[in-house]
Design a protein around this ligand. Sequence first.
Ligand code: ATP
Length: 195
Amino acid sequence: MIKVGITGGIGSGKSTICKVFRVLGIPVFESDGVARQLMNSDPEMCAQLVELFGASVYLPNQLIDRKYLAGIVFSNPSLLAQLNGIVHPKVREVFAAWCKNQHSAYVLHESAILFESGFYKLMDKTITVIANENERIERVIKRDGATEELVNQRIRNQWSDIERIKLADFVIGNNEDELIIPQIIEIDKKLRANG
Ligand code: ATP
């Protein structure tokens, strides 16, 4: 079974595109969501995070305070690396176990930081979704009610489209004037042929 990583900058439309792959019967592993779930519920990870960041990293409702955490790690590369060192190996483990239960020609591993995290090295193929920065900013402001400044900060913390394209096997253009379904069907055909 082929493992396919799918990534793209904030607001590029990764999740939207994954929904179409799901309709085609392809299982999707939502890496960033799994990481968040683990931070909320894996006792060993919770203990490690409290040791590294202090008890304030959890909200009174026991959920991870993502804003607080982002505020710390995005301005401190060493702490970001330590956080990744706690979270990424466990996500890798969960992904490997999840793959064993899938029975399709290929699976998708969706992650905003597929390349930054090195997860792409575990994949057989990679897809990157691209869209103009202005359009991405507008979409995220509309979707999350985020400020332009916040979206720009996230963009600065991620790789650029140019860097992602260099490592990707397939690129999906998701600007307003582009049709995504024909692009997805073409990639799906190629991946099934390889599987
Ligand atoms: P993030 O990295 O922030 O999770 P994402 O890459 O997964 O973002 P989506 O959540 O799929 O992006 O898309 C961002 C927003 O833009 C969503 O509200 C989605 O409905 C919308 N959107 C996605 N593609 C298009 C498009 N082609 N035209 C208009 N709106 C779109």
